[in-house]
Design a protein around this ligand. Structure first.
Ligand code: ADP
Length: 387
């Protein structure tokens, strides 16, 4: 594995483990900052490998591949949360500067550890319990009410690893294969929100406005920034919680806190943490003075953070899900003619039905109209509308 080529002038190399779309979207701001990215990619045609010249192929759980990769980097960060603890420990022992530090990252890797820690900090969470078998699940459900939400503590994404359980017998296939599971009360939320913060190793921290995330069939399809009609005091409390979590856990880089808005005081509970740029922050590329991707680079390099202010009153981001048609380029003529203000971000990923293959963003003053424009573009790319 040859090391990445540095730009002359003392510019560092930032290594990203994982070659997904998050690593890919770090490349444009890296170009502007003259920072060299290096990506440890799953394959040659991984989303980031297509745009980052130095993208050696290697698995995130292959200890020797990851160590060799990290040797050529000044700092190392992550595209996802799945790098195993023993690999992270070995990197620390090698003296690699990891952001976020594994002591913080563990709360994004393990939902049970996250619930324990946030509860100890007094951050509002759904009622929860670790459950090792059907009897413990039954006892929990009888206490908080059925159905309950059952989660695998590790490895879930896009709703995989989350189940609604009305009767403990439905979970029989999970017990036995899994370590202890996380049971949560089913929160009767009014909507889903997210707080995005960034924190640097020096302790500087900032937050973007709270956003609303809209899910369809367990997948985020739309993000409204800022969250419409959110009470100012509640927004402040949510941002305070995000900044407090980042500070107390020692998070470095960007972190998203997914929230459920609830009618009762304190008005929200935390769903989960992600310690990396996050889907709820994609709107910041076009809609904020500093995007989450630039901010992540600044933060992991311990540079002063950029201004997270929105550029316009509203931004709406629509996730583009794959449809049946793999030919996407031909959609541009129609979409760009129809809406010159539309910002397109496709990830270079193979099209599979339901897979997140890109997003679109529109920014402006008229929220209902922005939502219609983003929805139309996402639907057209998916092939579910034809004009
Ligand atoms: P993932 O790690 O796969 O994103 P999440 O923990 O975010 O999983 O859960 C996925 C979705 O399931 C959430 O966006 C929410 O709609 C629903 N969900 C998760 N936990 C709860 C809960 N305690 N109560 C109600 N709905 C929940």
């Amino acid at each position: 594995m040859l090391p990445a080529q540095r730009a002359p002038g003392g510019f560092p190399v930032v290594g990203i483990i994982g070659g997904g779309q998050l690593a890919r979207m770090c490349q444009p701001p890296a170009v502007g900052l003259a920072v060299t990215l290096s990506v440890l990619a799953e394959s040659q045609d991984a989303s980031a490998a297509l745009v980052v010249p130095h993208s050696p192929v290697g698995a995130h759980d292959d200890l020797e591949a990851v160590r060799e990769f990290a040797r050529g980097c000044d700092v190392v960060t992550f595209d996802h949360e799945h790098v195993p603890a023993h690999v992270l420990s070995a990197l620390l022992a090698d003296g690699v500067r990891l952001h976020p530090h594994p002591d913080a990252l563990r709360y994004a890797q393990d939902k049970l550890a996250m619930r324990e820690r946030l509860t100890a900090m007094g951050i509002p969470c759904p009622r929860w319990a670790p459950v090792a078998d059907e009897a413990e699940l039954r006892a929990f459900g009888d206490e908080v009410g059925w159905p309950v939400i059952l989660k695998t503590p590790r490895g879930g994404y896009d709703g995989k690893g989350v189940r609604v359980i009305a009767d403990p017998a439905e979970a029989a296939d999970w017990f036995g294969h899994q370590e202890t599971l996380l049971a949560e009360e089913r929160v009767d939320f009014t909507r889903e929100l997210a707080v995005l913060v960034a924190r640097s190793p020096s302790g500087q921290a900032c937050a973007w406005p709270v956003v609303q995330t809209v899910q369809t069939d367990g997948i985020c399809t739309e993000v409204l920034a800022p969250a419409p009609e959110l009470d100012d005091d509640l927004a402040t409390a949510m941002i305070d919680a995000g900044l407090r979590i980042a500070g107390e856990l020692g998070v470095t880089g960007v972190m998203a806190v997914e929230l459920f808005a609830v009618g009762d005081t304190p008005g929200f509970v935390v769903n989960e943490l992600a310690m990396r740029p996050h889907n709820s922050g994609h709107w910041t590329i076009d809609g904020a003075v500093t995007s989450q991707f630039e901010q992540h680079l600044r933060a992991v390099l311990d540079l002063p953070l950029g201004d997270p202010s929105p550029r316009t009153r509203w931004s709406v981001m629509g996730n583009v899900l794959g449809g049946d048609d793999e030919e996407l380029y031909s959609t541009y003529r129609h979409l760009f003619a129809r809406d010159p203000g539309l910002k397109m971000h496709l990830y270079g990923k193979g099209v599979r039905p339901g897979r997140k293959i890109g997003h679109v963003t529109v920014c402006g003053d008229d929220l209902p109209q922005l939502r219609e424009r983003a929805e139309h573009a996402a639907d057209f790319l998916r092939g579910v509308v034809r004009e």
